[in-house]
Ligand binder design. Sequence first.
Ligand code: DON
Length: 303
Amino acid sequence: MDYQSLLEEVAAHVAPQIGQGEPAQYIPALASVDPRRFGIALADVDGTVTGVGDWEVPFSVQSISKAFSLALVLEQDGERIWRRVGREPSGNPFNSLVQLEYENGIPRNPFINAGALVVTDRLQTLTGDASTTMLEFLRAESGNPDVAFDQVVAASEAEHGDRNAALAHFMASYGNLDNPVPTVLEHYFWQCSIEMSCRDLALAGGFLARHGLRADGSRLLSPRQAKRINAVMLTCGTYDAAGDFAYRVGLPGKSGVGGGIVAVIPGRCTLCVWSPGLDARGNSVAGLAALDHFTTLTGWSVF
Ligand code: DON
């Protein structure tokens, strides 16, 4: 398969949509990113990576980090996390508070903010330094030692973090956080601020396409655990757009408000697309269109 031509065709097809939508406005450090950026990368299960456009330009991973924190917690702690977080789509925006009260402080899934805060809390308990553990993991899997936190984005998010603080305090009131709220928030903001390119993320998500095997061939997760993360990505990875994402793309996917989306074709490859213009539900407009066209051209959806 000539991946280079395939990705070029995808990029050409979505060119009219690049620049549509708006970069995330609620984190000032993200609002200033040029919405006309577009990159896409494909990492084969053997680690060969191909890309077009801005595929080597680092961007803020934001909620894509939630797939990695879940993987690290499942690796270290098995299935215990599911006592504290569900795995049903929420049908609500990623930062919504409404379900938490009538569901007794147990978030619907690990990818909405409330659920991700619980996962980060667990990773903090397990490792003593959740965000550094994740950074080191991402450096190793991407093979890029320059992957780093973006201090401006982390500080910006902390400054505008009232909603996440409310979610964390509310869950703490139900006894669903083990660490102090400021500690959990700090690690969550740091993990979201990590900067990576499409190239880095496609490689780092390779274990999800390799049924749990890391880039060096060692085992991170069992095939069953990798399947489970992919399943939750499919059903919850794009929040209240997960149904539409499954309908259009038909792959497990995890988006972030930095404009990135990672999508997995189990047994074959991991894709990452980036374009900062977001739709109303916080997903990249051109990114979604690109993945839609990719699966249309190749027929490689999971369905
Ligand atoms: O918690 C937040 O608001 C952000 N750091 C992450 C949100 C995010 O990426 C949601 N994704 N689409």
